[in-house]
Design a protein around this ligand. Structure first.
Ligand code: HEC
Length: 102
């Protein structure tokens, strides 16, 4: 498992990079359909906890990147690293923080 500090460095570096507009649409669709099936839509919580901006306010980008990429062992949260690059995951985290899934 990559250490969290490494993810933090990578996330800072990739935040400047944006997925293409078409990929952004695909990512929002994934967020609504796949993530939404457990976290709700709006993602106020369901099987998984709330992903609303207030709920994420005190969580670091590095933590959120790590959970989304690797999943949470022993819980229903699956790893998404096969489907989402670090860059795309960082972009999704920013959308969640800004309610960009709307
Ligand atoms: C099959 C159900 C399921 C799906 C699909 C799912 N999650 Fe989760 N998620 C969970 C559960 C359950 C947890 C709580 C894990 C724990 O800490 O015990 C979680 C935790 C998280 C957390 C950490 C939240 C926190 O406050 O600790 C984030 C961020 C997250 N999920 C994002 C996502 C994203 C983004 C997607 C879609 C790409 C997604 N999840 C898809 C079930 C799911």
């Amino acid at each position: 498992m990559r250490p969290v500090w490494l993810l933090a460095l990578v996330s800072a570096a990739v935040l400047a990079e944006q997925p293409t507009p078409q990929r952004q649409q695909e990512l929002i669709d994934l967020l609504k359909h796949d993530c939404g099936s457990c976290h709700g839509l709006p993602p106020k919580g369901g099987l998984g906890p709330s992903l609303m901006p207030e709920a994420l306010a005190n969580k670091t980008d590095a933590f959120l990147l790590e959970v989304i990429q690797k999943g949470k062992a022993g819980s229903a949260m699956p790893p998404w690293q096969q489907f989402l690059s670090l860059e795309e995951t960082a972009w999704l985290v920013q959308q969640l923080r800004q309610e960009g899934w709307k």
